[in-house]
Write a protein that binds this ligand. Structure first.
Ligand code: FES
Length: 104
């Protein structure tokens, strides 16, 4: 089991927005979808485009570099040019703070 690491306040990420956080060598894109938070690897599995800067549409984010789309909740790659899913991180809110789980 991993360890939950505090990454900032939930209130710092507006609805339908995202932010990139660096945690223990991982770049993680944290999304707010209607008050629920999700975390996937920020670096696109295609060529490492920054997904936290991508366009958000419903539960999907479009990579700003070559327009691959991913499901924000599951990390699933939805179209070319990406064919590998994004790693997903567990995330929780504790007393207003966001915490992501980082593996060993
Ligand atoms: S880097 Fe994301 S689609 Fe190419």
């Amino acid at each position: 089991m991993g360890e939950f690491v505090k990454i900032g306040k939930a209130s710092e990420i507006d609805d339908k927005c995202a932010k990139c956080v660096e945690v223990k060598g991982h770049s993680i894109a944290v999304f707010n979808l209607g008050g629920e938070f999700y975390a996937i690897d920020d670096l696109c599995t295609h060529e490492e485009g920054p997904l936290s800067e991508g366009h958000i549409e419903g539960e999907e984010v479009e990579c700003p570099w070559h327009a691959a789309r991913f499901n924000i909740k599951t990390g699933k790659a939805l179209c070319a040019p990406a064919c590998e899913d994004q790693p997903v991180f567990n995330i929780r809110v504790v007393d207003g703070d966001l915490e992501v789980e980082i593996g060993d």
